[in-house]
Design a protein around this ligand. Sequence first.
Ligand code: PAF
Length: 284
Amino acid sequence: MNIFREPKKLQKWCRARKAAGAKIALVPTMGYLHEGHISLITAAKRRKADEIVVSVFVNPVQFGPNEDYAKYPRDEKADLAKCKAAGATAVFFPTPENMYLDRHSVYVNEEDLSKGLCGARRPGHFRGVCTVVAKLFNLTHPDFAVFGQKDYQQAQIIKRMVRDLNFDLDVVLAPIVREASGLARSSRNTYLSSAEKGAALAISRSLKELQTDAKKAVKAGKPLDAGKMSAKVSEALKAAGLKVDYVECVDASTLEPVKTLSSGTCVLVAVYDGKTRLIDNVLI
Ligand code: PAF
């Protein structure tokens, strides 16, 4: 497995591999890899990529001033071993200094899908995500890049960026990977005490219930009211001791709020569990 730290070296290698006819997959991550990330590498293997490049970079530009950039978990050695075992062929470990040169002044701003949900609560977050992902696309020229459905809004924004800026690649969305308890896998789960982990189970439980009820109602031709269902999920989350940031029912492609839950609806949740912000979602 190749290990790169210098953007230029990665770019040169990817260019050479591409010229030799290799199909390149990019799996962008912030490291501290778990089963969710491994499933992205597996999805790349399944699509028969010749080269699977995993980037491991805690991108400072996507964190707000009061967020967890400094304490975000990092473990380079373990990440390398996991990438190798999962079948990655290259890992990119840049530093903030070589990704953002002195007086870096160009950013990518998506201005439609980023308005609501996490975009409204984390100003500048998606600007940071789009900028780093655009840089990674330019460094690797992948045939496709794999993102997880857990970050649903992020994935839709990246798709829009690819469309609007004419990046020549496919965006592949991989399903959410959950712990046996139902909790969506996240590097941030490591912050949770066991009591907080217990409380967090209300997220997947209430979303699953809503998904089941909503599907039944669609089948019966009587779709559920989005406002009432959001309120019901919010109550369940609060009852478990979580602080609700949002529960929203949106159109899965425009991310605009919907009035009833149909087969094209995504229900997204963000909560604070103690100090830890957790997100999750289901598609109806
Ligand atoms: O989803 C993440 O881990 C990050 O937002 C990403 C896409 C790697 C960009 O830093």
